[in-house]
Design a binder for this molecule. Structure first.
Ligand code: ADP
Length: 326
């Protein structure tokens, strides 16, 4: 997934580079900086001492030492002074310069904390919006896996106007069904499979039969819709928060069965209506149901015609649901 939001401690994330919200001395401090130095060990401090500090908005790179990453990118976020002292531009520079360094060092995966949103006092929702804005822009022209790490989700102030509306929509629509049909289906499938496996020739025949009987597969519908919308493949998978490799896999396999989050991500990217989305999901063997919060949230955004995957993922994260993409 090119962009994801997770709740974690950044020092535990295996990736090419993690970003440190450092202070201008680069000699360690509290918060995430302290956690990174403690986990990396003394070598990190020794290397930092040779860097002679860093200006606000700039970034410098070191090794990862005992951390599960190759590099640490140290950037100095702005202190919040009310928002009229260039804080936003400086915070944007932190993300841009860190991403530029990561790219220069051929990093394929980078994890960021919410820079400036701790001791430096930048309001969390605004800090989050700046982070997502720069990352989104960067991913338009670059391939990289970028993770935004939220340490303390309780303080993740989810203050978007629609959050209350979504809560209300979920309350109105959530049906807590616990009908478990799995054993019945499973038993049937197991018997059928055992019988078929006895005779290889029969199995091949059935494969051919299925291939001929499926009218339009998920892959075929996806490619048709991309054409109909006048999009390129790249535009479609980027907007869906899907990486290039997965898209190629889907493209080359007529009967590919995507995960539900992947199928919905494409429906969002293609800006399909709710009915079209249901058709597309059916091709992959899924449905939208009111017994799932995830499904209701998706339905809500589709009805509102909000097709920005970043906004939807932010909401899914706030409601502790899986994110869209691969
Ligand atoms: P700043 O001085 O830039 O505000 P802080 O370290 O005080 O830096 O906080 C930045 C963000 O990092 C805060 O949102 C804080 O909750 C978060 N944070 C603190 N420790 C960790 C950690 N181990 N992993 C990820 N994020 C962390």
């Amino acid at each position: 997934m090119p962009f994801k939001i997770i709740r974690s401690d950044i020092t535990n994330i295996p990736c090419d580079a993690i970003v440190n919200a450092a202070n201008s001395s680069l000699l360690g401090g509290g918060g995430v900086d302290g956690a990174i130095h403690r986990a990396a060990g003394k070598g990190l401090l020794l290397e930092c001492m040779k860097l002679h500090g860093c200006k606000t908005g700039q970034a410098k790179i070191t090794g990862g030492y005992d951390l599960p990453c190759k590099y640490v990118i140290h950037t100095v976020g702005p202190v919040w002074h009310g928002g009229n002292h260039g804080e936003k531009e400086l915070l944007q520079s932190c993300y841009r310069n860190s991403l530029a360094l990561a790219k220069e060092h051929q990093c394929e995966s980078v994890a960021f904390p919410l820079i400036s949103s701790g001791v430096y006092g930048y309001p969390k929702q605004q800090a989050f919006d700046v982070a997502v804005g720069v990352i989104k822009e960067f991913l338009k022209d670059n391939d990289m896996d970028i993770t935004l790490v939220i340490f303390d989700r309780r303080s993740f102030e989810f203050a978007k106007d629609y959050s209350d509306n979504i809560r209300e929509y979920i309350d109105q629509n959530y049906v807590d069904e616990h009908i478990d049909r799995t054993p019945r289906f499973f038993a049937k499938a197991t018997c059928a499979r055992t019988a078929v496996c006895e005779e290889r020739a029969v199995s091949d025949d059935i494969d051919d039969f299925i291939k001929n009987q499926i009218d339009e597969s998920f892959t075929e519908m996806l490619l048709r819709k991309i054409d109909e919308k006048g999009m390129t493949d790249v535009q479609c998978y980027k907007k869906a928060n899907i990486d290039r490799k997965l898209f190629s896999k889907i493209r080359s396999d007529r009967l590919y069965k995507p995960k539900k989050e992947t199928a919905i991500a494409f429906a969002i990217s293609l800006e399909l209506s709710l009915d079209e989305t249901k058709d597309m999901l059916m091709k992959a063997g899924y449905a939208l149901s009111h017994s799932s919060k995830f499904d209701i949230i998706i339905e809500y955004f589709m009805m509102k015609e909000i097709y920005d995957i970043y906004t939807i993922n932010e909401t899914l994260f706030a409601f502790d649901q899986k994110l869209l993409g691969a």
